[in-house]
Design a binder for this molecule. Structure first.
Ligand code: SF4
Length: 369
């Protein structure tokens, strides 16, 4: 058995479900835990974990999918850049299908704009080498997990003197939205399942403020069913003991201090800026802008006409991203909005909450044990 198999083993999962049920029976009230990672959202839905958990334990999804939280005005600007004759826009695949104010990047491509799907920022850099007469704009959307790869591509462009490679900064930090969510008041959150990938970069110590300032429990967890159930069990235990802390249950890859090299790489090219999130609005210091030293790499300085931002009519992604509603509570869920024809951002990426519910949970909603 590979070490990782132990975390998907049926007997292990059943034992953890039994433990969570026993713990929950000692709770004097229902509790709500939020995951803030798109991969967790997908993993929870795909494994049917919501239906295995006791009724007193509710799992909700937060703003963890980078495609979903990217605001519509960012997409509008990307489309405007793609319309310039000397620009090639490079992006991860999901973003091309997210509705913008006037269509989508996919529709812009159909109109003849040069929009290319890449698998990494270095792929975009390779396109810059192949097309020296074009400006290459990479859509740098993502959390702390993705930004080191963007920074590495910028470093490579600098060392090779590739002046035509730029990024449209859309990176986001995880700490500010966590602070916004615990102080928001729209949803009572009794604990967080903290994101495994992001934590590899920033370290588990980055979340101690949750317990110390807000007395909210936290658990850094991996992505197998056993990882997630261990996290749920840990959060229930912290609630029972009234002793909030941040437990690192993903020590296979997450260190308390994180990855210092990656942190330094991010800090070399980026600095915190105020930025907008779909659903959460503007959060101070929650984005990563390009440092002034590297302004020549910043495509947001290119002047283009951008329309007044307009969200898709009737879409309730904002409430989904804050955990205020579950996807089936949106009147458009499976009634006009599906992964094949998404009306909102949360239905586009497989890590989006609406897409995860549609694919795995739409026939089992409300069937908790
Ligand atoms: S179901 Fe579609 S329209 Fe409704 S919130 Fe989700 S993405 Fe938006």
């Amino acid at each position: 058995m590979k070490p990782s198999d132990a975390f998907s083993d049926r007997a292990t999962v059943e034992a953890l479900v039994s433990r969570a049920r026993e713990q929950a029976s000692r709770l004097d009230r229902p509790v709500t835990f939020m995951e803030v990672c798109g991969t967790h959202t997908h993993a929870i839905a795909a494994a049917g974990l919501r239906r295995l958990l006791p009724q007193k334990v509710r799992l909700i999804s937060g703003p963890g999918c980078p495609v979903c939280v990217t605001p519509v005005d960012y997409l509008d600007r990307a489309e405007a850049l793609a319309a310039l004759p000397d620009v090639i826009v490079c992006t991860f695949g999901d973003l091309v299908r997210v509705p913008s104010s006037c269509g989508s990047l996919e529709q812009a491509r159909a109109r003849g704009c040069d929009v290319r799907i890449v698998y990494s920022p270095r792929d975009a850099l390779a396109i810059a080498r192949e097309h020296p007469s074009k400006r290459i704009v990479f859509l740098a959307v993502g959390f702390e997990t993705t930004l080191p790869t963007v920074a590495a591509a910028l470093a490579e462009a600098e060392s090779e003197g590739i002046a035509t490679f730029q990024i449209l900064p859309g990176g986001k930090l995880i700490e500010p939205p966590l602070r916004a969510l615990v102080t928001d008041g729209d949803v009572q959150i009794d604990g967080f399942l903290l994101p495994g990938h992001v934590s590899v970069i920033i370290g588990s110590n980055a979340y101690t403020f949750l317990a110390e300032e807000f007395r909210v429990p936290g658990a850094v967890v991996g992505f197998t069913p056993a990882d997630i159930l261990l996290g749920v069990s840990e959060l229930v235990q912290q609630v029972l003991e009234r002793a909030p802390r941040v437990a690192n249950l993903y020590t296979r890859v997450v260190r308390p201090e994180g990855n210092r090299h990656a942190q330094e790489l991010i800090a070399r090219f980026f600095e915190p800026v105020d930025t907008r999130w779909r659903g959460l609005g503007e959060i101070p210091g929650s984005g990563l802008g390009v440092r002034a030293t590297w302004a020549h790499r910043d495509a947001s300085t290119i002047e283009v006409a951008v329309p007044e931002p307009r969200e898709p009519g009737g879409c309730r992604c904002g409430e989904v991203l804050k955990g205020v509603i579950e996807p089936p509570q949106c009147p458009l869920f499976d009634r006009g909005c599906t992964p094949d024809a998404p009306l909102g951002a949360c239905m586009v990426s497989s890590e989006g909450t609406c897409a995860a519910w549609y694919r795995h949970e739409r026939f089992g909603a409300g069937a908790a044990a």
